[in-house]
Design a protein around this ligand. Sequence first.
Ligand SMILES: [Zn+2]
Length: 123
Amino acid sequence: MYEISVDCSFSAAHALRHYRGKCEQVHGHNYKVRVTVAGEKLDDTGLLIDFADLRSAITGVARRLDHQFLNELPPFDRVNPSAENLARHFFDEVAKQVGNGLRLSQVTVWETDVSSATYRPTR
Ligand SMILES: [Zn+2]
């Protein structure tokens, strides 16, 4: 099996609802996101998926969130904008754009250099 990953970053503010601690207050992160695609077969060029196509999918999602207050944007006006839920959001949005027998295997979102959350569907 082959796996390829593309990273991107964006900056945004959030406030965690129902959280007792300083993350309940509005604060910002320079988020990093890594999207990983898996598949068994390469195309005639020897590629699983063109990095540029995957990059375009992930940056499209990130652009909508960049320099925004996440709590005001759907789905985070209802769903808490935690790193876990951001990973799920990126997964769902990028998965819509990945076809040709490929599957999105996981998405990791870093809030800081040392704190990350990964979403991977259970099979
Ligand atoms: Zn935070």
